[in-house]
Design a protein around this ligand. Structure first.
Ligand code: RET
Length: 278
């Protein structure tokens, strides 16, 4: 909800009670956060249960990475709903809401730096990728989130907001390249093509929604209100995190043998033993 800028306090440090009041005064905005708190809590319990019989080291690694997605999400949404990671950002000249202090849930971008690498780690292990590609995709992804955070927070000029958006998008292209070009071949070799194909499609389509909502939401051209922008991200999160993780985990639980026998990269049972023994 746009609110008048207060000249007395630096806007980025606008008081958390004020942010909390603004969130609680906007039932639609507040609901977009609490829905995810409830779903993340449920997903954590479900995923712990689903992983109870997973024994191989590699499948366990995928399971923990997947479980971390709702764990990070729960922390993230509690941070948002409590007003801790939401601030009033005064939009610069040129922005449609120039001069107004716009309620900005920047904690989302911060916690994506932890949750999205977990999604990619799980996908990379499923595709049985090599360490260099895994490192590349995860570091590019973290760079995408950090520069996305910069795009949301920078207030010195409207153009600079889009410059950071562009930088973040360039990192995103690298992530998309690995998902669409590199990993399908790896997954075919590992015998995980079917599930990888489904999860890849889900990931690529949904992840494209995030920059779209940034661009048309309050941080970008402000066609959408803060509450609707927040619902956009929350709805994407529900499918990109919980539905994605459920599909991945149920497949891993049912096909542990396939996962355990891969492992030319990380967590494989026989990895490197020949070289060491010789
Ligand atoms: C931003 C804005 C700058 C440009 C780009 C973005 C991409 C964000 C993405 C986020 C995915 C988040 C997920 C979270 C799950 O926990 C930062 C919105 C490219 C792709 C999947």
């Amino acid at each position: 909800m746009p609110a008048p800028a207060t000249a007395s306090a630096p806007l980025l440090q606008a008081s958390q009670p004020e942010a909390l009041d603004a969130i609680q005064a906007d039932a639609l905005f507040n609901a977009s956060l609490w829905v995810n708190i409830a779903l993340a809590g449920f997903a954590i319990l479900l995923f712990v249960y689903m992983g109870r019989n997973i024994k191989s080291q590699r499948a366990q690694l995928i399971w923990v990475a997947t479980l971390l997605v709702p764990l990070v999400s729960l922390s993230s949404y509690v941070g948002l709903a409590s007003g801790l990671t939401v601030s009033f950002i005064q939009m610069p000249a040129g922005h449609p809401l120039a001069g107004e202090a716009v309620l900005t849930p920047w904690g989302r971008y911060l916690t994506w730096t932890l949750s999205t690498p977990m999604i990619l780690l799980a996908l990379g292990l499923l595709a049985d990728t090599d360490l260099a590609t895994l490192f590349t995709v995860i570091t590019m992804d973290i760079a995408m989130c950090v520069t996305g955070l910069a795009a949301a927070l920078i207030t010195s000029s409207y153009a600079l907001r889009w410059v950071f958006f562009g930088i973040s998008s360039a990192f995103f292209v690298a992530v998309l390249y690995v998902l669409l070009v590199e990993w399908p071949d790896d997954a075919a070799a590992a015998g995980t093509s079917d599930i990888f194909g489904t999860l890849k499609l889900l990931t690529v389509v949904l992840w494209l929604g995030y920059p779209l909502f940034w661009a048309v939401g309050t941080s970008g051209i402000a066609l959408l209100s803060p509450a609707i922008t927040s619902w956009g991200y929350s709805a994407l999160d529900i499918v990109a995190k919980y539905v994605f993780a459920y599909l991945l985990l149920s497949w891993v639980a049912d096909n542990e043998g396939t996962v355990a026998n891969a492992g030319v990269t990380l967590g494989g049972g026989t990895e490197g033993t020949a070289a060491v023994d010789d």
